[in-house]
Write a protein that binds this ligand. Structure first.
Ligand code: G16
Length: 543
């Protein structure tokens, strides 16, 4: 086996976004593209010599090839060991758990998350640090800087490692340990939740459907829900992962998981339903006749987590991304907990979790998680819901109504304008930014503006500051509009408009969200001139 040094040159545009580097698969398959980025990671973390890493991905097209390249590059640069999921498969939360439990120096996760997969679709690579969490901003900045000066990469010339068999093999001087991708993660879930109570719930006739969307959670959900918890066979739908996710878009929301939503709205509805995304870190929660928004889900979990074994000691604090609704804030206030508001991106929760300031975190983009790993975790959220339902023994709808009666309801929706011309999108935000100072005191259909600003975050743990994290307009009546550009798209710009209004109850708790939000939606257009700037008169995706 020969170690080869390959001369290369920087490739433009390798700047990690909200969650790693995401590009079209063909771009990643281009000459030196993957290798440059991986070498930049090695350079940014001070090399991999003597280090142990975790490696796995969501099984999308090119996952297997990319894993072999990364193994050969790690071996060529002197890594001591790489722990790989069988067939190079690991869900994002399972990878985070392995990094932590095996005390490795970090890991590489191959995924473009909820983005579609396939040769013509998306691929992604992200580095997670030794705490199991996504690389923080200072590290992603260093990785980007290295991509701009990379001149060579080292790689071993060798045969592929057989990743289909568990066990340990050598690759040059490096050890490769192939592990069952599900086992450690499933044990962690058993340690956190009352499996006996959930099993009893299923035994009592409680029905569920879990849509794995042909993505990585299929094997995890089948093992945990059907094999260990005794849910009926067939509870897990679309449970066999495929490289193009069955040609679908593995994003668990009412648009892309529509068949599941249709099912819960039909007369055949199960008691409970859920879905997860490409790499298993997102979740969607549904009850009979009801879609639970991710923001509401976070609030319900915060209010009830203490009913489950893993959280029986109570929560240290909660955190949400800025665009996430204020529903969890109300729970935190009632429970005397601090609620942190961070920029979009799971990486911002890491410091709070490491410092013991927060136990539960969540985002409007279908992400919820806790300090059990350093990623959001789709199946964990589903199990926490199941454990709460097992203890409280009522329907999802009853639980939500009780919650809203107590805390009021934050109606919430997100409108996405996808693949907008990047220049036009940033012109729109520039114009809005320039006019923020004139907005307070002005009246719109949504109400009178109380605050209009651009969100910046000062990390309370390491003191770092992150600026330009979204434009927000708050109204005196508690309504709010947030505008920001996505950091995970791969074509043009995706404009996200987050819309929220608050109903204190007891009346007005069961309106259709788009009706409750009609005035806020109209004001979002009036204030920013979305259609004039983008040339679009309606969002592409409404969740
Ligand atoms: C990633 C991040 C999340 C973020 C989401 C959307 O999720 O980990 O923190 O909320 O993207 O980000 P944006 O609005 O910038 O597109 P995932 O599931 O794609 O890894």
């Amino acid at each position: 086996m020969e170690r080869i040094r390959v001369e290369t040159a920087p490739i433009e545009g390798q700047k990690p976004g909200t969650s790693g580097l995401r590009k079209k698969t063909e771009v990643f398959m281009g000459e030196h593209y993957l290798e440059n980025f991986v070498q930049a990671i090695w350079n940014a973390i001070g090399g991999v010599a003597g280090k142990t890493l975790v490696l796995g991905g969501d099984g999308r097209y090119f996952n297997d090839r990319a894993a072999q390249v990364i193994l050969r590059m790690a071996a060529a640069s002197g890594a001591a060991k790489v722990i790989v999921g069988r067939d190079a498969i690991l869900s994002t939360p399972a990878a985070s758990h392995l990094i932590r439990t095996r005390q490795t120096d970090g890991g590489i996760i191959l995924s473009a998350s909820h983005n579609p997969g396939g040769r013509d679709e998306d691929f992604g690579v992200k580095f997670n640090a030794a705490n199991g969490g996504p690389a923080p901003e200072d590290l992603t900045d260093r990785i980007f800087a290295e991509t701009e000066r990379v001149a060579f990469y080292d790689i071993l010339s060798s045969h592929d490692v057989d990743l289909s068999v568990e066990g340990e093999v050598a690759l040059g001087d490096m050890r490769v340990e192939v592990v069952d991708p599900v086992a450690d993660y499933a044990s962690l879930m058993e340690a956190l939740f009352d499996f006996d109570a959930i099993r009893a719930l299923f035994n009592s006739g409680f029905t569920m459907r879990f849509d794995a969307m042909h993505a990585v959670t299929g094997p995890y959900a089948t093992e945990i829900l059907e094999n260990r918890l005794g849910a009926a066979k067939g509870t897990v739908l679309n449970g066999t992962p495929s490289p193009d996710f069955g040609g679908g878009h593995p994003d668990p929301n009412p648009i892309w998981a529509k068949p599941l939503v249709d099912l819960v709205m039909s007369s055949d509805a199960p008691d409970f339903a859920a879905a997860s995304d490409g790499d298993g870190d997102r979740n969607m929660i549904l009850g009979r006749g009801l879609y639970v928004t991710p923001s509401d889900s976070l609030a319900v979990l915060a209010a009830n987590a203490h009913l489950t074994p893993g959280y029986s000691g109570g929560l240290k604090g909660v955190a949400r991304s800025m665009p996430t609704s204020g529903a969890v804030d109300r729970v935190a206030e009632a429970m005397g907990l601090t609620c942190f508001e961070t920029p979009t991106g799971w990486k911002f929760f890491g410091n709070l979790l490491d410092a013991g300031k927060a136990t539960l975190c969540g985002e409007e983009s279908a992400g919820t998680g806790s300090d059990h790993v350093r990623e959001k975790d789709g199946l964990w959220a589903v199990l926490l819901w199941l454990n709460i339902l097992a203890v409280k023994s009522g329907s999802v709808k009853e639980l939500m109504l009780d919650h809203w009666r107590r805390y009021g309801r934050n109606y919430y929706s997100r409108h996405d304008y996808e693949a907008v011309d990047a220049g036009r999108a940033s012109d729109m935000l520039d114009a809005l930014r320039g006019g923020l100072g004139d907005l307070p005191g002005r009246a719109f259909a949504a109400g009178v503006v109380s605050v209009a600003d651009e969100f910046a975050y000062d990390d309370p743990v390491d003191g770092s500051r992150s600026e330009r994290q979204g434009l927000r307009i708050a109204f005196e009546n508690g309504s709010r509009i947030v505008y920001r550009l996505s950091g995970t798209g791969t074509v043009g710009a995706t404009l996200r408009v987050y819309l929220e209004t608050y109903s204190p109850g007891p009346d007005g708790l069961e309106e259709a969200p788009e009706e409750a939000l009609a005035a806020v939606i109209a004001s979002a257009e009036e204030i920013a001139g979305i259609s004039e700037h983008t040339g679009r008169d309606a969002p592409d995706v409404t969740t």
